[in-house]
Design a protein around this ligand. Structure first.
Ligand code: FES
Ligand SMILES: [Fe+2]
Length: 421
């Protein structure tokens, strides 16, 4: 149990708050590069700040304050030039480094640019990796975006999906280190949602948690597995600072502000051997619905949707002064302590956990992955006819609302028809 003040320390992400300062030491995956195939600007809100992301005509990305420093127009309605983003109100032009490059009328009256030279708009670094656009809002020098090994896998189809959730990010991240919920919220609830009353899934017999270089690992023994199973020997990953990693996908819980979280998922699937060599030119993205429009209730049909029901159900801010942690929650207590310790490290001017600065280390960051061979080696179409492969799923079981064009692209890459969920 945490008192409300300590709990709020974990949840508040605005500039100047301890957690806000901590999270500003990491890169945030907040957009997809494929979003800029048919537009040049995207309004974004990140860690409580209103910003605009843009891609100029030379292909360079920038992130600037949402409001123009002239008379505060919304720059997400601006238009891009060969270099930079131009405000649509009076034409002031800004570069990705925040410099004001032009003030059309002022430049006529005063070619020396007296006013222009005093103007600097708030700006943040943005970089593309794995089809995602990552933003860094902290002090220089920025660390590296961790180059996790799935980003480097060959012969894979990736896709990105976004879901905006009306709750604080921290309760979403606590779910990243919660093995037992899988049995109840996913397996058994799905049995009940299907109208059956059982039999229920194998029960958890033992759970263990441990910190490593890039986050935490949780291990489990169920009534149908033992300590030789990869669920125990490898485990699953609670990735620092705010993601779950299962091998087949990452789920980042990106804090939009204190009350809103963007769930950003990056799924990776191995194409069957028969379809090699396969090179994906662009990673598609889609938006997943949260509500069942007919009933007004949260969707509960897919794994991540079930998780969302859990998180939004805790309220906008989970009240930790009212909770009762048990032995299954040791991992949650562990990550809270790590965040508190990291806030102190940042206050002392030190790097927090899992910051990567060494380019050699970042050539490839290996993570614990269950059934890793299924992603690296792949299987044949013939094998898939009779068997399942973790690395090559035949259905989108994680999220509702995959659009038909992404489904078709997946089927084209894989050489089989997806099984409906
Ligand atoms: S408000 Fe942007 S140029 Fe005037
Ligand atoms: Fe879950």
């Amino acid at each position: 149990m945490l008192d409300e003040e300590r709990s709020m320390q974990l949840m508040r992400v605005g500039a100047g708050t301890p957690m806000g300062e901590l999270l500003r030491r990491y890169w945030h995956p907040i957009a997809a590069a494929s979003e800029f195939a048919d537009k040049n600007t995207k309004p974004i809100r990140l860690l409580g700040e209103n910003l605009v992301m843009y891609k100029d005509l030379s292909g360079k990305y920038g992130v600037l304050d949402r409001h123009c420093p002239h008379r505060r127009a919304d720059l997400s309605y601006g238009y891009v030039e060969e270099h930079g983003l131009r405000c649509n109100y009076h034409g002031w032009l800004f570069g990705e480094d925040g410099k004001c490059l032009a003030q059309p009328y002022e430049d006529v009256e005063d070619p020396s640019g007296k006013l222009r030279n005093t103007i600097h708009i708030k700006n943040y670094q943005v970089q593309e990796m794995a089809g995602l656009l990552w933003v860094y809002m902290g002090p220089s020098p920025a660390p590296l975006i961790p180059n996790y090994e799935p980003f480097l896998w060959k012969n894979c189809f990736a896709q990105i999906s976004f879901t905006e959730l009306p709750c604080n990010w921290f309760q979403c991240q606590e779910n990243s280190i919660d093995p037992v919920h899988n049995e109840w919220m996913h397996q058994n609830w799905s049995i009940r949602l299907a109208g059956k009353t059982g039999p229920y899934a194998p029960t958890h017999m033992k759970v263990e948690f441990e910190e490593f270089r890039h986050g935490h690992v949780y291990r489990r023994v169920r009534s149908d597995t033992d300590e030789t199973n990869e669920l125990w020997t490898v485990g699953r990953v609670c990735l620092w600072p705010y993601a779950l990693f299962t091998g087949g996908h990452f789920e980042w819980r990106v804090p939009i502000d204190d009350e809103t979280t963007m769930s950003v998922a990056w799924f990776v699937s191995r194409v069957p051997k028969d379809k090699e060599p396969y090179v994906q030119n662009s990673v598609p993205h889609w938006w997943s619905p949260l509500k069942d429009e007919k009933t007004g209730r949260w969707l509960d049909s897919h794994i991540m949707n079930q998780d969302f029901v859990g998180w939004v159900g805790q309220g906008t801010f989970a009240q930790r002064s009212h909770e009762h942690l048990g032995k299954s929650d040791r991992g949650i207590a562990m990550i809270r302590q790590r965040y508190f310790a990291d806030m102190e490290r940042v206050a002392r001017g030190e790097d927090p956990h899992a910051i990567v600065r060494d380019p050699k280390e970042n050539e490839r960051i290996d993570l614990p992955i269950i059934d890793k061979d299924s992603f690296i080696d792949g299987v044949t179409l013939e094998y898939l006819e009779k068997n399942r492969s973790f690395g090559t799923p035949k259905r989108m079981q994680h999220l509702a609302g995959q659009p038909p064009e992404v489904k078709r692209a997946y089927e084209d890459a894989m050489g089989f028809k997806m099984v409906d969920w």
